[in-house]
Write a protein that binds this ligand. Structure first.
Ligand code: B12
Length: 245
């Protein structure tokens, strides 16, 4: 086959709808084998084994943070990938997500930090965003850093999120978006917070998958900052609160 023909064939192969995005699970990654075991239990519909995989990792002194970062996060992304490839039905994706939420609630007693930071966080998914786990991760990593956190779950209307930040005397309001469709609501929320005198001292952090694609998006939407992960969000918040405003 001449080179031009080969190139054409390669272009077709590589751009066809059948090219699978690579798996988010790699056995050689940190806790990769635990992630394999956890994902397998999810896919087999075995929530008891899923919880057991996590329990065993905790008993083997795995830091809870690492379970979030190296097991739960890649497994949720992998569930999304398999759903996108139609290898999982919507019902199966819902089941996997529900099991991960059950696991997160089991881990909650382990994430407390005796050293209290004296800081308060309100975290929510923006109005229209039905994805809860990103904001949950953010709340839990702040909790691990000794903050008092108030997690509001999915799709909170902007005014309610702002009122809650005021009511809870939050230092930081963290807002999660997952789809590009959610960005207008993020912009509206930030604008409403800016216009509200009661939020003068509240740091507004935004994040989620669209912010990983365009690294300047948070600035364009008028937020105070962003971070690619919940863990890094804690550092960004602490830096912003330490800086003169
Ligand atoms: C579970 C799930 C759902 C569930 C959510 C249920 C629930 N209770 O949460 C349901 C069924 C509701 C759902 C619906 C939809 N979903 Co969905 N979903 C997912 C899935 C599989 C997992 C989400 C998750 O738990 N992620 C794990 C968390 C930890 O990741 P994360 O949110 O990215 O958070 C990390 C960072 O982004 C960051 N972060 C997040 N928030 C914040 C906030 C701040 C302030 C900061 C600093 C950082 C930060 O920190 C976290 C890591 O530490 C994803 C796959 C994926 N790649 O995420 C698809 C996915 C996001 N969904 C997708 C789609 C298409 C949809 C629907 C449009 C499907 C449809 N046709 O109805 C709807 C839209 C609903 C809506 N209006 O929001 C696509 C989005 C593709 C795209 N980019 O456009 C994905 C990527 C699946 C895929 N591979 O195609 N979904």
């Amino acid at each position: 086959m001449v080179i031009a023909e080969r190139n054409r064939a390669a272009a077709e192969r590589l751009t066809s709808a059948h090219v699978e995005p690579p798996s988010f699970i790699r056995p050689e990654a940190p806790l990769g084998v635990v992630a394999c075991g956890y994902l397998d239990a999810l896919l087999q519909g075995d929530q008891r084994r899923a919880l057991e995989v996590i329990r065993e990792a905790i008993e083997a002194s795995t830091p809870v943070k690492d379970i979030y970062v190296h097991v739960l996060h890649p497994c949720q992304y992998e569930v999304g990938r398999l759903w996108q490839l139609r290898q999982l039905s919507t019902a199966e994706e819902h089941y996997c997500t529900a099991v991960t939420q059950m696991v997160l609630s089991q881990l909650y007693p382990l994430i407390g930090n005796a050293d209290r930071a004296g800081r308060r966080l309100v975290a929510t998914a923006v109005d229209g965003n039905r994805h809860e786990i990103g904001a949950r991760f953010v709340a839990d990593f702040f909790e691990m850093a000794g903050w008092d956190t108030f997690y509001l779950g999915a799709s909170t209307p902007a005014q309610d999120a702002i009122d809650e930040a005021v009511h809870r005397a939050a230092d930081v309001l963290a807002v999660s978006a997952t789809l590009d469709d959610h960005l207008a609501s993020v912009g509206d929320l930030v604008a409403a917070a800016r216009a509200d005198e009661r939020c003068r001292d509240v740091v507004v952090l935004v994040g989620g998958q669209p912010f990983g694609v365009d690294h300047d998006l948070w600035r364009q939407l008028g937020a105070d900052g962003s971070a690619p992960t919940a863990e890094q969000a804690v550092r960004v918040a602490e830096q912003l609160l330490a800086a003169p405003r």
